[in-house]
Design a protein around this ligand. Structure first.
Ligand code: LMR
Length: 396
């Protein structure tokens, strides 16, 4: 039977990791997959994480299952991180946390929950969006549609977005990126989020908020503006949170499905279904990443250290955005790429065309997604002059 199976190209983002590894050019630059890099190009383990792991190694007493919702101690710290300390949503007992294998795992749980519990509801995603969204939801059996997000000039198209949201059939699910929009780096202002809230309320849409980069835009609380606004003003919201990036624990697969319901009673109903979808997918989530996060966030000292390290990462990225535009000045390209300094998060939708991206890879060993998305954390003061020269060459 296997002779009928067609070979397909691998995932475009993950494939870049392999292609980059194989390239022997000493000047090669990796702007592909969304992992943080320091000035040396490394993705180090955060000091707070190392401290937590040392404690875990010394104190761990069992490897038994942690249950389909994961460790209660993890949910206990993730809910206030996402929804805010003293959140009225938490005080009303309206939110449930289900630890998941990464933010991707949480998205798949959400997709399965929608497919099984809200049959007939379609999902709407931004155009463009993280390419894996286009895989996850149809894989769960959902019909996927797109709403506009950028215009022909590679700028945020808020009017187009809002207009399209107003046309979505009542009751459908709308996926929103809380912050650090992947792939574009264009985020909504607070005023714009309030307008989105009104449309979502009017159309009775169910928001599914993908929150993978908390702390990489403006700050931990600042980045949570949209999920908190929606959760506090709507009866029902789904949030998928990730600790991969803000704790730098990518390979530990540490995420959370947060279901916000109208009241504590309905939350328990929804929560019981979340446990079923988790059980049917992988039974119990992996424990280690969640244990790291809960160890850190249950300690004031480790939390302070972690926040400091996260701030350093965010500041570095935002500085590199400005330095990138500066580096293009001698080539007269600083205006053309000025938007890179204004975008937020790990990614920039540079506006480079697929053909230019191909040339950057083939002629300069610079790797990025063909959509023109660059991982800004891959910039460094060493490689910026080289990058600027290469970008000038492909703009000729
Ligand atoms: C990315 O978009 O590069 C990250 O979210 C990593 C991934 O899994 O694609």
């Amino acid at each position: 039977m296997f002779e009928q199976i067609e070979r397909v190209p691998g995932d475009a983002i993950l494939g870049l990791i392999e292609a980059f590894k194989k390239d022997s050019n000493p000047q090669k630059v990796d702007l592909g997959v969304g992992v943080y890099r320091d000035a040396q190009g490394n993705t180090p383990v955060m000091r707070a994480v190392k401290e937590a792991e040392t404690l875990l190694l010394n104190n761990e007493s069992t490897k038994t299952y942690i249950g389909s919702h994961g460790a209660p101690a993890y949910g206990e710290v993730v809910l206030p991180m996402v929804l805010g300390e003293g959140s009225p949503v938490l005080e009303a007992g309206r939110a449930s946390a289900t630890q998941s294998p990464g933010g991707t795992g949480a998205l798949r749980l959400a997709a399965d929950f929608i497919a099984t519990q809200l049959p007939g509801k379609d999902i709407w995603v931004s155009d463009p969006t993280w390419p894996n969204h286009l895989g996850i939801f149809p894989a769960a059996g959902l019909t996927l549609h797109k709403y506009p997000y950028v215009d022909a000039d590679n700028r945020l198209d808020f009017d187009g977005m809002l207009g399209a949201l107003k046309q979505i059939p009542e009751g459908d699910v709308v996926l929103l990126h809380a912050c650090c929009h992947n792939p574009t780096g264009f985020d909504l202002s607070r005023e714009q989020w309030k307008q989105v809230l009104e449309v979502v309320r009017e159309r009775r849409l169910l928001p599914l908020v993908d929150f993978a980069y908390q702390g990489f835009g403006e700050g931990l609380d600042e980045d949570a503006f949209a999920p908190r606004l929606l959760a506090e003003n709507l009866d029902e919201v789904i949030i998928t949170s990730s600790c991969s990036k803000n704790f730098g624990i990518y390979c530990e697969r540490t995420g959370c499905l947060i279901m916000v319901a109208k009241n504590a009673e309905q939350m328990e109903d929804v929560r019981s279904q979340a446990a079923i979808v988790a059980r049917e997918n992988y039974s119990n989530p992996p424990a280690h990443g969640g244990a790291i996060v809960s160890e850190i966030l249950h300690s004031d000292a480790m939390t302070a250290l972690w926040r400091e390290e996260l701030t350093e990462m965010r500041d570095r990225i935002n500085t590199l955005r400005r330095d990138f535009v500066e580096a293009l000045k001698p080539y007269g390209l600083d205006q053309k790429y000025a938007h890179v300094a204004e975008q937020r998060g790990m990614f920039s939708y540079t506006g480079l065309t697929p053909e230019q991206v191909d040339r950057l890879r083939d002629e300069f060993s610079i790797y990025m997604v063909r959509s023109g998305r660059a991982n800004v954390a891959g910039f460094s003061h060493e490689n910026l002059p080289y990058l600027a020269k290469a970008i000038a060459a492909v703009n000729d």
